[in-house]
Design a binder for this molecule. Structure first.
Ligand code: PLP
Length: 371
């Protein structure tokens, strides 16, 4: 069965957003935050789009989280005034931009090293500023962040010596949850995410250092770590859209996926192979988030059992299918991508639809903003 109505007004490949599903996803996370009394600070990297950030705010988000200053600048330009840059800012150009932003909005940054803290402190004091910061703690992802406990305490004690920095608390991101093989592994990682911060905060408390902010969250773990008493901020990003990775993890159902790629069958060279006009430039090359390879293809073809997107070249998607399938050249298919975040970063426009009609086009405001 081709995609319903196939959105004839839209050329392919295009990135589509189902507005009802998007609003439901946003509302569900907002009510989780309300029910658990935690601040919701959604991560903008998932959508990079002002219209979606505004909906998140209208539905109760308390601030925004970004990875890049480009994203922070795009959101500050339209009036978002409380932004966490959940990324280690290193380098003179970035510090200049950060200081400029602090003139307009409240910005908090991450610190996980002495050299970065020192440079931040020098930049802040040169302009008589105080920059709020969080220490990033590594709860198992093995990316940035100091180990929980003593190393984090040692960094906190050092930070107190640097003028121009105000230590507000601790942050962690359990991205390793994307490798969880079942629900109990996910539970374990989510609880570990919260515990890494709570145990570190207790140690800091003994040393007389407060941690007003304890910030956790990835879409797979947020309902676990965000429900632990003492945690007071969550930063999910991908939840606005969900994707094939969240479906594989059991965190979302196919019908919870708001984002899809509309694509056209451009060739059927053999009965068991079609080629679609969405390749790596549209679907992105992820086989799962964080480079974790666990998915059978490059996305889920909606409404078509047995279709597997086996390979991608830049502009082609090579799909195996049951030979008896009636799909033909010119048909349109909808694909739920493996990882929605990079897909959004590869397109200028999101086609927003309601009741199978395109009702809006949203510009991906901070698309390509990698600095
Ligand atoms: C530091 C940080 N916080 C929060 C998130 C949001 O995670 P997710 O998109 O799984 O919700 C990310 C995503 O990469 C992140 O890097």
């Amino acid at each position: 069965m081709p995609a319903i109505d196939s959105f004839p007004e839209v050329d392919t490949p295009s990135v589509m957003v189902d507005k009802d599903v998007l609003l439901t996803n946003i509302e569900k996370m907002s009510s989780f935050a309300r029910n658990h009394g935690v601040h919701l600070r959604p991560h903008v990297k998932a959508h990079k789009t002002v219209e979606i950030a505004k909906i998140q705010r209208e539905m109760g988000a308390n601030g925004l989280c970004v990875a890049k200053l480009d994203e922070a600048e795009a959101m500050a330009a339209v009036g978002f005034s409380d932004i966490l840059v959940a990324y280690e800012l290193v380098g003179q150009q970035k510090l200049e931009r950060l200081l400029y932003l602090t003139e307009k909005v409240s910005i908090t940054v991450l610190v996980d090293s002495i050299p970065a803290a020192k440079a931040l402190s020098q930049a802040a004091t040169s302009r008589s500023k105080v920059i709020p910061c969080l220490i990033e703690v590594d709860s198992g992802l093995g990316r940035t962040g100091v180990p929980p406990g003593k190393p984090a305490l040692e960094l906190a004690l050092s930070l107190l010596k640097y003028p121009g920095l105000k230590l507000k608390g601790l942050l962690t991101h359990a991205g390793h949850a994307y490798a969880a093989r079942n629900r109990s592994e996910l539970e374990l990682i989510g609880r570990g995410e919260a515990e890494a911060l709570l145990s570190t905060a207790a140690l800091l408390r003994q040393a007389g250092i407060g941690s007003a902010v304890l910030s956790v969250g990835s879409t797979p773990t947020v309902r676990i770590s965000g429900a632990v008493t003492g945690i007071n901020e969550i930063r999910p990003g991908n939840y606005v859209f969900n994707d094939a990775t969240q479906v594989a993890l059991g965190v979302a159902r196919r019908e919870d996926c708001a984002l899809s790629v509309l694509t056209t069958v451009i060739s059927r060279p053999t009965p068991d192979r079609i080629v679609i006009d969405a390749g790596g430039k549209t679907l992105a090359l992820d086989r799962g988030a964080h480079g974790i390879s666990q998915l059978p293809g490059y996305g889920l073809v909606k409404n078509h059992q047995g279709f597997v997107i086996e390979r991608l070249s830049e502009e082609h998607g090579i799909v195996s299918l049951p030979p008896e399938s009636p799909v033909t050249v010119g048909d349109r298919l909808e694909v739920i991508p493996n990882h929605a975040c990079p897909v959004v970063n590869l397109t200028d426009t999101l086609y927003v639809h309601e009741n199978h009609r395109v009702v809006n086009q949203w510009r991906v405001t901070a698309r390509g903003g990698v600095r």
